[in-house]
Design a protein around this ligand. Structure first.
Ligand code: SF4
Length: 731
C-alpha cells in the first residue's frame, strides 16, 4: 500500500467507485445490493422501518423502507450506518470463562453446564433470591417473554429488572398511578394532528430525529419546548421555555392552577372519567404564576400565555423523555403531566394525549411481556386473579407466581454490595458506563461470586469484569418483534448469521433452560421465536396489550400493527389508534386518578466548592454507551469525543478558552480532559456533558439518588466544579 501510494497510484479507488442501483441511480459501488431484507431499526423507540441490502452474504447497506408508516423511507444517521455494526471488530464470538484470572474460550456445552451449576450452587447455599438478573430494552419481545419465564420460574428469583429502569420506569410508574396500567395512550399521528404541542425535557431532534417529520407535517401547530438547555428541538419551537433545572414539576402544577382558575377545564370529562379533582384543586392552589415564576425563572405572563394556549387548544399533545424521567421527582412529574391532560380531556382524543417517548427499540416489549415491574400482559403481581389466570395459561400452580415484584435495578446493585446477591447475569447492557456514581457499581461487581455477561460485544467495560462472557447474536442476525413508542409492533428479521459461535439470546435462554431441567415444562416444544410469539399472543389476549390478532405475516405486510389488536379485528387498518378514547381507564372503578404532586428542589444543590449544575444527555450520532456506534467509523469520525458545554459568562469568569481541556469534579469523582465548548446553548451556572463515552465517563460524577417510586436515577442534576486540565497532549 505504501509503495503504491509512494508511486502515486490510486489506493482508494474501490472506496469511491460508483455503480448504478435500480432504485436510487448512481451510488457507491460498495453499497450495491443483490437482495433485500426488511426489518426494523435496532436503536431507538421511533421504530423506523428499514431494508438491509445484501451482496455475497454481507449486509452492504441500510435504507429506509418507503412503505413503512412510521418512517416513510427516512432514517437518521445511526440507522443509515447500522449495518456497519454487523462487521464490527469487537463482536463477541466465543463463550469465555475466567480461568486463573484470564478469560478463556470454552464450548457452549461447558459454558451452559458451568453457568447452571454455579447458579444452582449459589441458590442452594444462599437461596434462589441471591441470584440477580439485569436485562435490557434491546432484545426482541419473544426473548423478553422467554427470559421472564426462565428467570422467575426456572431460576426461581424475582430479583430481575432491566436497564429500562434507567430510562423508562418513571413513565411506567406514572401511567400506572394515573390510568391504572402502563401503556402510552397516543399515537405518532397525534403529533401531526394536535394544534398545540408541548415538549418537556424531550430533545427529539437529537434523540428521536425521525419523529420530527411527523411534527413537520403539522403546519398549523404551535410548538412549545420547555428545557433548561437550548437544544436543537428548542431551536425548532414557536415558544421556548428556558426553565431552570428540575423546575418542570412546578411549571406543570402552575399550568394546572391557571387552567382551573380560568375555567379552561373540561368539567364534564373530569366528573365522568376522573377522581381526585377537589384534592388536586387544593394542591395546586399555591402554584400561582408568581410562585411558579420564582421557581422556573419564566415570567408570570409567559406561564399564563402558554397555559391559555394549551387550555384553549382543540387537541393538545404533551410529550416528554429523559428530562422528566431522569429525576427523583420523575414519577410525580409524569402524574402532573397526566393531570393536565385529564383536566382538559386530552386523553384518547385525536391529537390530544400525554405521551412518553420511550428510549430503546424494544423498551416497550419488555414492559408488555417481561416479568419485571408487571406480570406479562400488564398483569399485577398483587392481584390474585391475575396470578391465577397466568398460572392457568401456563398450567402451573398459582403459588409459583410471585406476589410482589423483586428488587429494581439500583436495589439489585445495593443487594450485591450488601452481599445478599451473590450471582448476577447481565444481558445486553453495559452498566460500567451507564450506571450513576460508577465507583459504587464497580465495588458491587467486585463482591460477586459469579458474574455472567451476555452481549454482542466484547470487550466492553462490563464484559471485562465478567467470570463468564456469552456471545449473543445482534440486530440483523435474529428474528422477532419490537414495539415502538406508539405501541406499534414491527417485525425484526435476520439478514445474516451471527459471527463465530454467537447464538441468538433466544437460543441461549433455551439452552440454559435445558441445563436447569425446566425446558420441557416452561417451553414445551419450542424451537424458534415464533413459538414464543404464539404463546405470548395467547397470554396477552383480552389484556390492554392484546396481540392475539397479530401474525408475523400481517406485520410484514402492514409494516407494523398497533396494539391492542384482538383476534376479532378485521385488518391492520382497523387497529386501535389510541387508548382510553371511551374514558374507561384500567383502575378498579374505571376512573383515572388525578394525583397531587409537590415540587421540591433537586437533591444536590450547587455550593461554593461545586458551583455548577451538571446536566447529561445524548447526541444524534451515538447510542447509549457506544458499544454499537463506537464501532461505526463514520459516526465516530463525526463525534469522536466527549465535550462540556459552558456559557460564555462562566468561561470568561474562569478564564477558559474554547477547546481547552477541562476536568469535571463532584464529591464522587473526577472526569478528566473533556473538551470545552463555549456556547449560549447552556445557561450560566449550568454545564452539559454527553453520557456516551466510557473514556470520559460522566457517570463517574453523577449522583446515585433514585426516584422513590420508579427507582429511576436522578441523572440530570448534580453539583460539580470545572477546572482547567493539566497540560498533557490531547488524546
Ligand atoms: S430515529 Fe431511531 S429508529 Fe429511526 S433510524 Fe434513527 S435510531 Fe433508528
Amino acid at each position: 500500500m505504501n509503495l503504491r501510494r509512494f508511486l502515486g497510484m490510486d489506493i482508494a479507488r474501490e472506496k469511491y467507485a460508483y455503480a448504478r442501483d435500480a432504485a436510487v441511480g448512481h451510488i457507491s459501488a460498495q453499497k450495491v445490493a443483490h437482495d433485500w431484507v426488511k426489518t426494523t431499526c435496532g436503536y431507538c423507540s421511533v421504530g423506523c422501518g428499514m431494508m438491509l441490502g445484501i451482496r455475497e452474504g454481507q449486509v452492504v447497506t441500510s435504507r429506509g423502507d418507503p412503505g413503512h408508516p412510521v418512517s416513510r423511507g427516512k432514517l437518521c444517521p445511526k440507522g443509515l450506518a447500522e449495518h456497519y455494526v454487523l462487521n464490527a471488530e469487537n463482536r463477541a464470538m466465543h463463550p469465555l470463562l475466567r480461568i486463573e484470572n484470564a478469560l478463556s474460550r470454552v464450548s457452549w456445552d461447558e459454558a451452559m453446564q458451568t453457568m447452571a451449576g454455579r447458579f444452582r450452587r449459589v441458590a442452594e447455599r444462599y437461596g434462589p433470591e441471591s441470584i440477580g438478573v439485569i436485562s435490557t430494552g434491546q432484545l426482541v419481545t419473544e426473548e423478553f417473554y422467554t427470559l421472564g419465564k426462565l428467570v422467575q420460574l426456572g431460576l426461581g428469583t424475582s430479583n430481575y429488572d432491566g436497564n429500562t429502569t434507567l430510562c423508562m420506569s418513571t413513565a411506567v410508574a406514572g401511567y400506572k398511578r394515573s390510568f391504572g396500567s402502563d401503556g402510552p395512550p397516543g399515537a405518532y399521528e397525534d403529533l401531526a394532528r394536535a394544534d398545540v404541542i408541548l415538549l418537556i425535557g424531550a430533545n427529539i431532534a437529537e434523540n428521536h430525529p425521525i419523529l420530527c417529520q411527523h411534527l413537520d407535517a403539522n403546519r398549523a401547530k404551535t410548538l412549545i419546548v420547555a428545557d433548561p438547555r437550548v437544544t436543537k428541538t428548542a431551536m425548532m419551537a414557536d415558544i421556548y421555555l428556558p426553565v431552570r433545572p428540575r423546575s418542570d414539576l412546578a411549571l406543570v402544577n402552575g399550568m394546572a392552577h391557571i387552567l382551573i382558575r380560568d375555567g379552561l377545564i373540561d368539567r364534564e370529562y373530569i366528573s365522568q372519567h376522573t377522581k381526585g379533582f377537589d384534592e388536586l384543586c387544593r394542591c395546586v392552589e399555591k402554584y400561582n404564576p408568581e410562585y411558579v415564576a420564582g421557581i422556573t425563572g419564566l415570567s408570570p405572563e409567559l406561564i399564563h400565555n402558554v397555559t391559555h394556549l394549551y387550555g384553549k387548544a382543540k387537541a393538545a399533545f404533551i410529550g416528554w423523555t429523559m428530562g422528566v424521567n431522569h429525576s427523583s421527582k420523575g414519577t410525580e412529574t409524569v402524574n402532573a403531566i397526566n393531570n393536565l391532560a385529564l383536566l382538559t380531556g386530552n386523553v384518547g382524543r385525536v391529537g390530544g394525549t400525554p405521551f412518553s417517548i420511550t428510549g430503546q427499540c424494544n423498551a416497550m416489549g419488555t414492559r408488555e411481556s417481561g416479568f419485571t415491574s408487571s406480570l406479562p400482559g400488564y398483569r399485577k403481581f398483587e392481584s390474585a386473579a391475575d396470578r391465577e389466570e397466568l398460572a392457568r395459561l401456563w398450567s402451573i400452580p398459582a403459588e409459583r407466581i410471585p406476589t410482589a415484584r423483586g428488587l429494581a435495578y439500583p436495589d439489585i446493585i445495593d443487594a450485591v454490595l450488601k452481599k445478599r446477591i451473590k450471582a448476577l447475569w447481565i444481558i445486553a447492557t453495559n452498566p460500567l458506563v451507564s450506571f450513576p456514581n460508577i465507583e459504587v457499581l464497580k465495588q458491587a461487581l467486585g463482591e460477586l461470586e459469579f458474574l455472567v455477561v451476555q452481549d454482542c460485544f466484547h470487550p466492553t467495560p462490563t464484559t471485562e469484569l465478567a467470570h463468564m462472557v456469552l456471545p449473543a447474536a445482534g440486530w440483523g442476525e435474529k428474528e422477532g418483534t419490537y414495539t415502538n413508542s406508539e405501541r406499534r409492533v414491527s417485525k425484526v428479521n435476520a439478514a445474516v448469521s451471527p459471527p463465530g459461535q454467537a447464538l441468538s439470546d433466544f437460543e441461549i435462554f433455551l439452552r440454559l433452560a435445558d441445563e436447569l431441567d425446566c425446558r420441557d415444562e416452561l417451553f414445551t416444544g419450542w424451537k424458534e421465536p415464533r413459538d414464543a410469539f404464539e404463546e405470548w399472543k395467547r397470554v396477552s389476549a383480552g389484556r390492554l396489550c392484546d396481540y392475539s390478532g397479530i401474525t408475523y405475516e400481517a406485520l410484514e405486510e402492514a409494516g407494523g400493527i398497533q396494539w391492542p389488536f384482538p383476534k376479532s379485528t378485521d385488518s391492520p387498518a382497523d387497529a386501535t389508534r389510541r387508548l382510553y378514547s371511551d374514558g374507561e381507564f384500567k383502575t378498579d372503578d374505571g376512573k383515572a386518578q388525578l394525583i397531587c404532586t409537590e415540587w421540591e428542589p433537586f437533591p444536590e444543590q450547587p455550593s461554593a466548592n461545586f458551583p455548577f449544575v451538571l446536566n447529561t444527555g445524548r447526541t444524534v450520532e451515538h447510542w447509549h454507551t457506544r458499544t454499537k456506534t463506537g464501532a461505526v467509523a463514520i459516526l465516530e469520525q463525526i463525534s469522536p469525543r466527549a465535550w462540556l458545554e459552558m456559557n460564555p459568562v462562566d468561561a470568561k469568569r474562569l478564564m477558559l478558552r474554547p477547546h481547552e481541556l477541562v476536568d469535571v469534579v463532584s464529591t464522587r469523582g473526577r472526569v478528566r480532559r473533556v473538551e470545552l465548548r463555549i456556547t449560549e446553548m447552556i445557561a450560566p451556572g449550568q454545564v452539559f456533558v454527553p453520557f456516551h463515552f466510557a473514556e470520559w465517563n460522566i457517570n463517574e460524577v453523577t449522583q446515585d439518588i433514585f426516584d422513590p417510586i420508579s427507582r429511576e436515577p436522578n441523572y440530570k442534576q448534580c453539583a460539580v466544579r470545572v477546572e482547567r486540565s493539566s497540560l498533557a497532549p490531547v488524546r
